[in-house]
Design a protein around this ligand. Structure first.
Ligand SMILES: [Zn+2]
Length: 97
């Protein structure tokens, strides 16, 4: 866990922030004195089943891995690597037949 501003690891916990769906840990950086919340956006982003199913369909319809990746980004705002798309196709296409 590092400060997103100055990358210092000298941080301490400062209570929690609540909203409807989640609780986020608040932190204070002891170096630059800025507050920030727990970083769990992109690292832990899980892909929706709907997006995986669509990706596999698009790929089966003849789109390249790159085009599938691009489609997900343009239409759904989902960032995914070509490798991930390929992995989904390998892993899940058997369930969609
Ligand atoms: Zn800092």
């Amino acid at each position: 866990m590092k400060c997103p501003y100055c990358k210092s690891e000298n941080i301490s916990k400062r209570g929690k922030r609540f909203n409807k769906s989640e609780t986020k840990q608040l932190y204070l950086c002891n170096k630059c004195k800025r507050k920030f919340v727990e970083q769990n956006g992109f690292e832990r982003m899980r892909y929706n089943k709907k997006h995986i199913v669509r990706a596999i369909h698009l790929h089966n319809e003849g789109l390249s891995l790159f085009q599938v990746k691009d489609h997900l980004w343009q239409h759904d705002g989902i960032k995914v690597s070509r490798e991930a798309v390929r992995e989904w196709c390998n892993k899940y296409s058997i369930f969609l037949k």
